[in-house]
Unconditional design. Structure first.
Length: 452
């Protein structure tokens, strides 16, 4: 076992190292240029087509769930404890400059996610029982004609889900509730497992119905708390932005309990946090988007841009600015403890907001990743595996809450990173399809249709 974990550590260092981060961000840079900076130049149109149509029930075209239910499921899986604890760690280690590089990775990540979703819709399949399935495994097989690579992605995803989307999340909730409210970890695990079972057993339609209500609430709950901190310290906002931009290229000198950082450290931690948070390039979210009701791949792709925008540009930035403006970033704390310190510095009982935020974010991630893992397993073994996968998923929620099977956490983290390799090969190999469909969508007939 020790040798296996040693080998896993070496592979993990590669898949989450600088070369993979360059591959991930580089893909976004390439697609951004090829689409003429569409995700930035047309951001107003994108928000009009997504944010202002969030709760619109009817949709054109075919699909199992509404466009917003699809993005809510994707956001449920994407917006996790990393938005609270991960951003804090990036600042604690990489300094304020890490925030700038997090933004950079998100700007290019919006186009990567857009491309993934476009391909997912374009190559999705309708099953005999009327379900819509898609994702990297389908566009790799049908678009690149590389079935073996599609199988590799599906295998990584089916196993990785148990760690990154299950046990790690339930453990974060259990640890937070134990510290804040004194709740026994096993009790938390059992309750989470039961709640997860109630939703997951119903499949994507029930997950979509729950997440379309849960995601806006949990995001608003946390964002309002963060905005209160920002408004309360509004006189220091300029100073905070100055420190973020200034230290992005020079690093940050030691201050208080802060050990100081270099430009390379700020860049690495910031880009890594952006990628880990919004999952652009990992190939997970397109699996949920594939079930959306839509009449054109690009129309759903706009929701992919919206997803990254909400996750990183809004929620992660709220966390970062809260930490920066309260001055707690140099106090020696890290992770969720650092975010908690920021909220408590301004809001009486602010720690409760962070704990409840972790609970909601992590629970939603468990729901979203259950669907991702199931679709990957179905691709490997057929639809007969679906219910078995759901049933197997439930006990691992409780196991993770008490900190069991740590070796599987480490393995899952590596496999989660490895998912990016076949997915990015698919995205880059099919970039011509993405460009073609984008030009087609923004042709006059589609734009005129939206103006009606």
């Amino acid at each position: 076992m020790d040798k296996i974990m040693e080998l896993n550590g070496i592979i993990n260092g590669f898949v989450w190292g600088p070369y993979m981060l360059i591959f991930l961000v580089g893909t976004g840079v390439y697609l951004t240029f090829r689409t003429n900076f569409m995700s930035i130049a047309k951001l107003g149109y994108i928000l009009k087509s997504t944010l202002f149509k969030m709760f619109k029930k009817e949709g054109k075209g075919e699909g199992e769930i509404t466009a917003f239910q699809a993005v809510a499921t994707a956001l449920a899986a994407t917006v996790g404890t990393g938005n609270i604890a991960g951003v804090a760690t990036a600042i604690a280690v990489g300094g304020p400059g890490a925030v700038f590089w997090m933004w950079v990775s998100a700007i290019f990540g919006m186009t990567t996610k857009f491309g993934e979703v476009v391909l997912s819709i374009n190559y999705r399949e309708k099953t005999p029982d009327g379900r819509f399935v898609g994702g990297p495994m389908y566009y790799i097989e049908k678009g690149l004609k590389m079935k073996w690579l599609a199988l590799v992605f599906a295998a990584f995803g089916a196993i990785a889900a148990f760690g990154i989307g299950n046990m790690v999340q339930s453990n974060s909730v259990a640890a937070s509730l134990e510290v804040t409210f004194g709740v026994n970890k096993m009790v938390t695990g059992i309750v989470l497992a039961v709640l997860s079972a109630i939703v997951i057993i119903g499949g994507i339609k029930r997950i979509g119905q729950v997440t379309e209500r849960l995601v806006p609430f949990m995001a608003a709950f946390y964002i309002i708390g963060g905005l209160f901190i920002i408004i309360s310290n509004i006189s220091h906002v300029g100073e905070a932005f100055g420190l973020i931009f200034g230290s992005a290229f020079t690093g940050t000198a030691a201050l208080g309990g802060f050990a100081g950082s270099t430009m390379q450290m700020a860049m690495t931690k910031g880009i890594a946090r952006g990628v880990f948070s919004n999952e652009a390039g990992l190939g997970s979210a397109p699996i949920a988007h594939a079930a959306a009701t839509t009449d054109h791949p690009v129309r759903q792709g706009l929701w992919g841009v919206f997803e990254v925008f909400v996750d990183t540009i809004i929620i992660c930035s709220i966390t970062a600015l809260s930490i920066m403006l309260t001055g707690v970033w140099s106090g020696g704390e890290t992770g969720a403890a650092l975010t908690t310190a920021a909220f408590e510095a301004t809001i009486p009982g602010g720690g409760y907001i962070v704990s409840i935020g972790i609970l909601l974010f992590a629970f939603s991630t468990i729901l979203g990743w259950a669907y991702y893992g199931e679709r990957c397993a179905e691709y490997l073994f057929g639809p007969k595996i679906n219910m078995a996968y759901r049933i197997l998923w439930i006990p691992f929620v409780a196991i993770g809450a008490v900190g069991g099977l740590n070796f599987l956490w480490d393995l899952a983290d590596t496999l989660n990173g490895l998912m990016a390799i076949p997915n990015l090969i698919g995205v880059m190999g099919l970039s011509g399809v993405i460009i073609k469909l984008t030009k087609e969508f923004f042709a006059k007939q589609y734009v005129e249709e939206e103006k009606k």
